[in-house]
Write a protein that binds this ligand. Structure first.
Ligand code: ADP
Length: 219
């Protein structure tokens, strides 16, 4: 099987941490920045690190960028350079391009010009932390759409000892428990007769408003 090849453009805080994490995973990663100092910092971390202005099509072509499986554009504040780089990458036929957006307008433009995935780390992390702060029982959540999520919820004593059928969660709340984590054990697709214990981590999928109603019952 061919190993996947990644390239990260822009070695600021976000791009730099992507390069480190990908290298730690043992993945081949090309790091690119137009600032030579940044490139030197990553010379021993990335498989290759090169200096280049990625708003120049010839630079991207000379790096053979279209042969990469996945390119991450992590140019932060320079929105114009981020947009132009993304446009060129898609025109050159790069299959998967993930781009960091700085604001909503930036995100909208990136989607229009064909970015395959747009991430908004500061906004998303802010939302995630806010959610964790207000809901004591929620460990983590993943937004599936504007209105639906998958959430990890700690079972409080109010659920202790009840089976899924006792609680009738699907009918009462319209949500589904897709798995239960208990210590190192994980019960996937739990049965109606499975018992919940205090401290279990419930993986719940559903509409945000329904999940919120369920969370309130736990308090
Ligand atoms: P963060 O907010 O993640 O720290 P920054 O905006 O600080 O992001 O960093 C973006 C990086 O992108 C910088 O290291 C900058 O040198 C690099 N960069 C900006 N424009 C270009 C470009 N046209 N080509 C290549 N790299 C660029």
């Amino acid at each position: 099987m061919n190993r996947k090849e990644f390239a990260v453009i822009g070695l600021g805080r976000f791009g730099g941490s992507m390069v480190k994490a990908l290298s730690d995973e043992g993945v081949e990663v090309l790091a690119i920045d137009n600032d030579v100092e940044k490139v030197n910092q990553f010379a021993h971390i990335a498989s290759h690190a090169v200096v280049g202005d990625t708003t120049d099509e010839a630079v991207l072509k000379s790096l053979g960028i279209r042969n990469f499986d996945h390119v991450i554009v992590a140019i932060g504040d320079n929105i114009q350079a981020s947009i132009l780089t993304t446009l060129i990458l898609k025109e050159l036929g790069v299959k998967k391009v993930t781009v960091k957006a700085t604001n909503d307008y930036h995100e909208k433009v990136l989607k229009k010009i064909g970015a395959d995935q747009v991430v908004h780390p500061e906004r998303d992390m802010g939302r995630r932390i806010a959610h964790n702060i207000v809901s004591n029982n929620v460990l983590d959540y993943l937004e599936l759409s504007d209105e639906h999520s998958i959430v990890e919820i700690v079972a409080s004593r109010r659920l202790d000892g009840f089976t899924l059928i006792d609680l009738d969660i699907r009918a009462k709340y319209g949500i589904n428990i897709v798995a239960i984590k208990r210590g190192r054990e994980i019960i996937v697709s739990p049965q109606a007769t499975d018992v919940i214990l205090k401290g279990d981590i419930l993986i719940v999928i559903g509409a945000d408003k329904d999940i919120n109603r369920f969370e309130k019952k736990l308090v």
